[in-house]
Design a protein around this ligand. Structure first.
Ligand code: CTP
Length: 340
């Protein structure tokens, strides 16, 4: 059994990729989630609260169990507790330095006794990066003049290997009840997880249509999407309730889509707007009797997440200024993105 801990704030596909690699270091993966108060004390304000972050980690398909309220500063005593109480064999962490306040390595103890494994940190994405992108989006939405060169471009390069690592192992069996759910899935959050969980309950195979960047931009405005369609697809694919993903799916349900993927039902949240340019995007599914709605459980969207950040803008800007320094130092020393 292996153990990985972290904050997993605005959980992104970099975190998911860390959990994927950690899982590959053993047979079972237990994840320790640091609580809000600890994050605030050690790193700055969290964007997502305890409940949301725990929910996000639990929904990741490589996670077998979660330990909550773990300390940010890992002590030898806590590490012993992991070994003895939770049956952990190895502690796993990304290859970015993780230092205690006294400047020593947080994982020195498991390293010394040979019970530490290291995974490669995922390039081009981090909580700092997500907050930075959302701050820019919020500023633009508020009508502020954000210079083009000030906008931090996504540096993550989606390879076919990464898609394969995250993606479905098998296509839908011919007799499967395929549930189709589509949307932007921008800044994957708890609301998305609720929707995919409900989709899974309605069939055997959940196919997720991740709308193309241009469609999302056309629908919501120039500051959308925050993540590009490949990044959005990776977050969806890391979710245990999603079986397969159409990357850059059409915004409107077409005959071709329904027949190609043998779709039995198209579902959507009852409160979301499905009308673009005066036309219901699900109209064909409705007409064919293939449409169903599910209730919205949590009001969470990219706009809500951006709003939280904008409401505490000064704090998040200060947090990011600090974190950007350490991230830049990491990128300055890194040599390759190759993973084992
Ligand atoms: N991680 C990773 N790749 C990233 C971001 C995080 O591999 N792009 C790994 C970290 O190395 C750690 C785990 O994910 O092992 C949990 O990270 P977390 O504690 O949430 O935060 P950070 O390491 O600070 O990452 P971020 O800035 O994204 O919050």
């Amino acid at each position: 059994m292996v153990y990985m801990d972290g904050c997993f704030d605005t959980m992104h596909y970099g975190h998911a990729n860390a959990l994927r690699q950690a899982k590959a270091c053993g047979d079972k993966l237990i994840v320790g989630v640091v609580n809000d108060a600890e994050i605030r004390r050690c790193k700055g304000p969290p964007v997502c609260n305890d409940e949301e972050r725990i929910e996000m980690v639990k929904a990741c398909k490589w996670v077998d169990g979660v330990v909550t309220d773990v300390p940010y500063e890992v002590t030898d005593a806590f590490t012993d507790e992991l070994f003895e109480k939770h049956g952990v064999d190895y502690v796993v962490h990304g290859d970015d330095p993780c230092l205690l306040p006294d400047g020593t390595d947080a994982y020195a103890y498991p390293k010394r006794i040979g019970r530490y494994r290291e995974i490669k940190r995922t390039e081009g994405v981090s909580t700092t990066d997500m907050i930075g992108r959302l701050l820019k989006m919020g500023a633009r939405a508020a009508g502020e003049d954000v210079e083009e060169e000030e906008v931090k471009e996504a540096t993550f390069c989606t390879t076919s290997a990464r898609i394969a690592q995250f993606g479905a192992v098998k296509p839908a069996p011919t007799d499967a009840k395929v549930v189709y759910v589509h949307g932007a899935f921008d800044v994957f959050n708890r609301g998305h997880i609720d929707l995919l969980r409900k989709a899974k309950q309605l069939g055997d195979f959940v196919l997720v249509g991740v709308h193309a960047d241009g469609d999302v931009r056309g629908r919501y405005g120039a500051q959308h999407p925050v993540l590009n369609e490949k990044e959005r697809a990776l977050s969806v694919l890391a979710c245990r309730y999603a079986d397969e993903c159409v990357i850059g799916a059409p915004a409107t349900i077409t005959n071709d889509l329904l027949t190609t993927f043998n779709i039995s039902v198209v579902i959507a949240e009852d409160e979301s707007a499905h009308v673009i340019g005066g036309k219901d995007v699900n109209e064909l599914a409705v007409r064919r009797g293939l449409y169903a709605t599910v209730p919205r459980e949590h009001d969470c969207s990219v706009l809500h997440v951006a709003q939280r950040i904008m409401e505490n803008r000064a704090e998040f800007e200060a947090r990011n200024a600090r974190k950007t320094k350490s991230e830049s130092a990491y990128y300055a020393q890194k040599k390759t993105m190759t993973e084992t």
